[in-house]
Design a protein around this ligand. Structure first.
Ligand SMILES: *Cc1c(COP(=O)(O)O)cnc(C)c1O
Ligand code: SF4
Length: 460
């Protein structure tokens, strides 16, 4: 028998990496919030108190701008003021979020970009954009319940969130109305009668096994509402799996550490589900590694200690997480705190945030770069949520993709057989020739028809 070579003789052995390069493990610690003048005297106990975080959350533009006086330039303040005036989404920012933004470089900061709009970066919406671009209303048999896929449904239980994200795909319903009058929002308030009709519908649909409880945001459900919704759904025999969706851990991890009633209610539903051999998990929404701090780790350790599975869904955004470095670090940092990266969404066509969108090509490039860096089960699937209601499609799975016009064509044979769904890259990132065609409205339908014809031809 041939003997195995001893380690020193193996030429291609991997040398150990310098631990300093494992930056996904470097979580922000200490009293970082004291950098914000308004929080200079806030103690750790106060900062960790979810009630303090909720009460101090900023919901008025002038209050937000007042908190920034002296730490950003007057030019930045007027830029943001004008940005908010034009924005379709309401303002709500937690002190925790505010303190994580690097205000010495606010134009570039990945968290600022997600929550504070600037007039100077506004780009026109894509001409093919519609308000509810995913057509969630069109697939709703009961208001606030979207039943698009065969065995799973999306339950929009309420319409408020602990913060409001500029890029929210549900700006058609979520948050208080904003100044712009033409944007009358669909009402999806937390309402028992509406919930009853939802439970009744789910109970009459034997095929429904999996319910996503979203909104809005499950963080804003009271503890008794978490128990009510969770237990009512667990009691429906055909329901086998459910997920509470919340951005909370990314924007206010304090609640998981100090709101024992809410935490207990969630864990109660998870444990009751487990005893019934049903799965109840938490889905959250981290977009950038800076959103994961030492506080986040302690909060997630508490969930992990109770056996609660947490998965992450990110939105791909230009200037936030559209580089290989940012996306790899995000994925590895999520895994490090026991959050499984589940999806990265190519940004939906959403009003007023064109500068945050990027191309399908960028999504595909990032997918290639992330796959292979860590465990397969911690590698997110990169998807396009097909406009018009095709559902999530793998970013590489288009039938046809024209990089000049930015039109990609998808099919969803098990969701809406025979239909084509089109996604549109942002025009400002297209090559010159594509930009020129979009500048001429007479070309729009021609480009769409060309893409559809080529998609059709490629299948025959
Ligand atoms: C995303 C989504 C779901 C859940 O889909 P998964 O791929 O299982 O995460 C269900 N219904 C709707 C309408 C959705 O958009
Ligand atoms: S937390 Fe979720 S639902 Fe709420 S505004 Fe942000 S993206 Fe939209």
């Amino acid at each position: 028998m041939e003997s195995l070579p001893i380690l020193q003789e193996v030429k291609n052995v991997r040398p150990p990496v310098d631990p300093a390069t494992l930056s996904h493990r470097n979580l922000l610690e200490g009293d970082f919030w004291r950098r914000i003048p308004a929080y200079a005297n806030v103690t750790e106990a106060e900062f960790l108190d979810h009630k303090w975080q909720m009460k101090q959350s900023i919901t008025k533009v002038d209050k937000l701008l007042a908190a920034l006086q002296g730490i950003v330039s007057p030019g930045f303040i007027s830029d943001a003021e004008a940005g908010f005036k034009a924005a379709p989404m309401a303002v709500r920012v937690s002190p925790y979020l505010l303190a994580l933004i690097d205000w010495s470089n606010p134009y570039e900061d990945p968290l600022r970009r997600q929550f504070v709009p600037l007039s100077s970066s506004i780009l026109s919406d894509h001409p093919k954009l519609k308000f509810d671009s995913l057509n969630e209303q069109g697939d709703a048999p009961v208001p606030g319940l979207t039943h698009r896929y065969p065995d799973k449904a999306l339950f929009l239980a309420l319409d408020t969130c602990p913060v409001y994200c500029r890029f929210c795909t549900r700006s058609y319903a979520v948050g208080p109305d904003v100044e712009q009058e033409e944007l009358e929002k669909v009402s999806l308030k937390a309402n028992k009668d509406r919930w009853e009709s939802t439970f009744a519908y789910i109970a009459t649909r034997p095929e429904l096994e999996d319910i996503v409880i979203s909104g809005g945001d499950s963080y804003n459900l009271r503890a008794d509402q978490i128990s009510e919704i969770g237990n009512r759904l667990l009691d429906i025999p055909n329901v086998r799996r459910m997920r509470f969706a919340t951005k909370g851990p990314a924007v206010m991890p304090q609640k998981l550490l100090t709101d024992d009633e809410w935490f207990g209610a969630l864990v109660g539903v998870v444990k009751r589900g487990r005893a019934m051999a049903k799965e109840v998990v938490l889905h959250t929404h981290f977009n950038h590694p800076n959103e994961i701090t030492g506080i986040t780790k302690r909060a997630l350790d508490r969930l992990h200690g109770e056996g609660v599975i947490v998965r992450n869904q990110s939105v791909l955004q230009r200037g936030v997480n559209d580089t290989v470095e940012a996306m790899q670090t995000l994925v590895k940092r999520c895994a490090y705190v026991n959050v499984q990266p589940y999806y990265v969404y190519v940004h939906d066509l959403v009003k007023g945030v064109e500068e945050l969108r990027t191309t399908v090509e960028t999504g595909a490039m990032l997918e290639k770069s992330v796959r292979g860096t860590t465990a397969g089960f911690n590698t997110p699937t990169f998807v396009v949520d097909a406009p018009g209601g095709g559902g999530k499609r793998g970013v590489h799975s288009y039938e046809f993709y024209d990089r000049t016009t930015g039109i990609s064509v998808f099919m969803a044979p098990s969701v809406k057989p025979g239909q084509y769904f089109l996604y549109y890259d942002p025009i400002h990132l297209l090559p010159e020739a594509g930009q020129r065609r979009w500048a001429d409205p007479a070309e729009h339908n021609k480009m769409v028809q060309e893409a559809l014809d080529k998609a059709h031809a490629s299948r025959h």
